[in-house]
Every structure is written in structure tokens, then in C-alpha cells.
Design a protein around this ligand. Structure first.
Ligand code: GTP
Ligand code: MG
Length: 370
């Protein structure tokens, strides 16, 4: 099916085209019967007529979804869980992330220079865990708005001396809406005024009932400052991952999301990607957002050049023609020409969408049509 015109919409709503055109006018848009209308306008007009339309995300994701091949159970392999840390301001999210990275990554690393790529991987008990860094929150929100989930597990950080606060509740609602398991990290346990029981009590009001109180939520007391409880926290993440059995197929072309991207003076467009399925290789042709690119080089979270990145791996990619947005999906195409075509189509669609909002026809045109 092609783009929808005013006439199509009228048919769908079982209304006269003139009625729809009038409605559009009252909403400030002059349109003719053959004019294409964008998704937002379709929803708006339908609502005005008391109809609910279900708009599929045709604009952005369709090209990818059509091309994604189904994985058979045999092709699916275990992949690391992708974890996001959320919580109220100053409850210790950044300190906790730093502590985890410090104890698990920098130790024994040659050079020890950790690259900021919006995400990083640590290893515990010979298993990997991918953490999305706090700036990843922007991407997290965008992706949620688009219905694409990146996170497998949410770590809810609550400071034991401060208790549940508005942003704690917000984070709970985020995680619940995304149907993502929550592990509670009761932080700042080293503080004399730490009161973990109060945190448990308060969270019970949000249906997060600790296991030792007969519920199902895992609570781990930690101190991001002393490092106490960090190992237990990582173990609990792996436990949840084992139960949930996160899987992906490493033996196909990669698909995933843009975590962050920017224009670097020396290196051009730099995109930090999270591979969600398949394996990304240097030399691959990919589309990210509406931009085409050939992976010229890849750098992992330790600043090392790598040739490939398998599922749940975050990497920095050089070689895109422009800077995509955080939350944009990306996909590799075996056919470079096809990748270029799709990127062009997406740019065109984006442009049309932008134009659609401002394009006006004259009254003359309108009357000719009716
Ligand atoms: P925002 O990014 O601003 O939302 O804050 P955040 O949640 O990242 O908190 P951050 O890690 O910046 O920590 C806030 C303050 O709490 C800092 O001064 C930390 O040193 C302190 N802090 C974090 N964790 C602990 C802890 O376990 N114990 C103690 N005593 N202080 C902590
Ligand atoms: Mg922070």
C-alpha cells in the first residue's frame, strides 16, 4: 500500500471527501482530494470524526521489519543482558556505573583508557553484561516512544538515606511499561543514616515486594563508594538473565539501535551502536536512521579496534555519511546499492513529512477538486 490520500481516508472513514477536506481546513490545512497526508494528520482527522485509527509505524521501521528474517530456535544463541541504571537524582547512578566499570573493566586492562561510548560491557563469572550509560537515557526514552525496547533489565537505584523520590517512581513506571524486570540496588549503605527497611517499605507501595518479605523483587544492598555488594548485584543480574534466556542469532547481518552519534572534527560521523541481533563487521554496508554508510572502522568500549561485534555488543562505528539520531534503528544490507536506496527513500520520506506540515494549496486548487 502506498501513501494515503485525502480521498483514501474519506473512504476509510465512510465520509464524503468534501467533509474530510472541510475538517482539514478547520484544522488549518488546505488539502485536495488527491493529496497525500501524513500519519499525524490521519490520526487527528480520524479522531475528529470519532474514529480510532491504528497507525502502524510505517514511516521509520517498515523497511527494516520487512527485511528481517525469522530466526529458527537452533540459530538462537545466548547473548549478554542489556542493563540500564535508573533512579532519582543524586542517588548514585553514575558512581555505581563507574564502580562497576572500575572493578570489572579497568583492572588488568592494558592502557586502561576507557572510551566513553554510551555503553560498556563487563564480565562477571565468565559471563558478559552490557550496561547502557546514563546518557543513554535519552535514547532509552526515544526508543520507548517508538515502541522499540533496548533494555532487558532495569537496575533501580534508591539511596538508603533518602528513600523513594519522584524520579524513583518515574523509573518504576518506565520499567513497568516496558515490561522489563527490575532489580533494586539499595545504595549508600555505608552511610550511618542508611535505612534499607524504609526503602523496602516504600517500594512495597509500588508493588515491588522484596523476596524476604514474600515478594518476587530482588533487592541488593550496595555501596557505590566502598564497592560493597557490587559482586552480588552482578550475580543477581546474571541470575535474572539466566531465567529470562536472552537470545539472538549471531550468524546473520546485524540490526540494532543508535545509542549516541556526533560529528567529530577529525573522524567525521561517529555513531555508537548497540548490536541487538546478528553480527556487525568492518566493511558492512548499513543504514542508520536515514543515513547510509560503510563500516570503515569499529572501536569497542575499551578503545580498541575490533573487526566484528556480536549481539548485545556496543561499538563505535566510523564511516556513516551523516549523523543519525539516538534511538534510530540501524540495519546491515548485504547489497550496498539496496542500502543506499533505502537510505535515500528514508531521507525522502523524512523530507516529505517535514514538508507535509507546511505545504498548502491555494483555494483555487481546492475548488477545482471538489
Ligand atoms: P544524577 O546523575 O545527577 O542523577 O546523580 P547520580 O544518581 O548519578 O548520582 P551520583 O553518582 O552523581 O552521586 C551523587 C552523590 O552521591 C555523589 O556525591 C556521590 O559521591 C555520592 N554517592 C554515590 N553513591 C554513594 C554511596 O554508595 N555512598 C555514599 N556515601 N555516597 C555515595
Ligand atoms: Mg549521574
Amino acid at each position: 500500500t502506498g501513501p494515503m490520500t485525502v480521498g483514501d481516508l474519506a473512504r476509510l472513514l465512510r465520509r464524503e471527501a468534501s467533509e474530510v477536506i472541510k475538517k482539514l481546513m478547520s484544522l488549518g490545512t488546505m488539502a485536495t482530494i488527491n493529496q497525500e497526508i501524513d500519519v499525524d494528520t490521519i490520526s487527528l482527522v480520524s479522531e475528529e470524526f470519532g474514529a480510532k485509527v491504528k497507525v502502524k509505524e510505517v514511516i521509520d521501521e517498515s523497511a527494516f521489519e520487512e527485511l528481517e528474517e525469522e530466526d529458527t530456535p537452533e540459530e538462537l544463541k545466548e547473548r549478554p543482558p542489556v542493563v540500564t541504571i535508573m533512579g532519582h537524582v543524586d542517588h548514585g547512578k553514575t558512581t555505581l556505573l563507574d564502580r562497576i566499570r572500575e572493578t570489572k573493566v579497568t583492572a588488568g586492562e592494558a592502557g586502561g583508557i576507557t572510551q566513553h561510548i554510551g555503553a560498556y560491557q563487563v564480565e562477571a563469572n565468565d559471563k558478559k553484561i552490557t550496561f547502557l550509560d546514563t546518557p543513554g537515557h535519552a535514547a532509552f526514552t526515544t526508543m520507548r516512544a517508538r515502541g522499540a525496547e533496548v533494555t532487558d533489565i532495569t537496575i533501580l537505584v534508591v539511596a538508603a538515606d533518602d528513600g523513594v523520590k519522584p524520579q524513583t517512581v518515574e523509573a518504576i513506571n518506565h520499567a513497568k511499561a516496558a515490561e522489563v524486570p527490575i532489580i533494586v540496588a539499595v545504595n549508600k549503605m555505608d552511610k550511618p543514616e542508611a535505612n534499607p527497611d524504609r526503602v523496602k517499605q516504600q517500594l512495597t507501595e509500588h508493588e515491588l515486594i522484596p523476596e524476604d518479605w514474600g515478594g518476587e523483587t530482588i533487592f541488593v544492598p550496595v555501596s557505590a563508594v566502598t564497592g560493597d555488594g557490587i559482586d552480588e548485584l552482578l550475580e543477581m543480574i546474571l541470575l535474572v538473565a539466566e531465567v529470562q534466556e536472552y537470545k539472538a542469532n549471531p550468524d546473520k547481518r546485524a540490526r540494532g539501535v543508535v545509542i549516541e552519534a556526533e560529528l567529530d572534527k577529525g573522524r567525521g560521523a561517529v555513531a555508537r551502536l548497540l548490536v541487538q541481533n546478528g553480527t556487525l563487521n568492518v566493511g558492512d554496508a548499513l543504514v542508520a536512521g536515514s543515513f547510509f554508510g560503510k563500516v570503515r572502522a569499529m572501536i569497542n568500549d575499551r578503545g580498541q579496534r575490533v573487526k566484528s561485534a556480536d549481539p548485545s555488543t556496543p561499538v563505535e562505528v566510523l564511516g556513516l555519511s551523516d549523523v543519525p539520531e539516538a534511538g534510530d534503528p540501524f540495519m546491515v544490507f548485504t547489497d550496498e546499492k539496496k542500502a543506499r536506496d533505502i537510505a535515500e527513500k528514508r531521507i525522502e520520506k523524512k523530507r516529505q513529512k517535514e514538508l507535509g506540515a507546511s505545504s498548502r494549496v491555494t483555494l483555487d486548487d481546492l475548488y477545482k477538486q471538489i
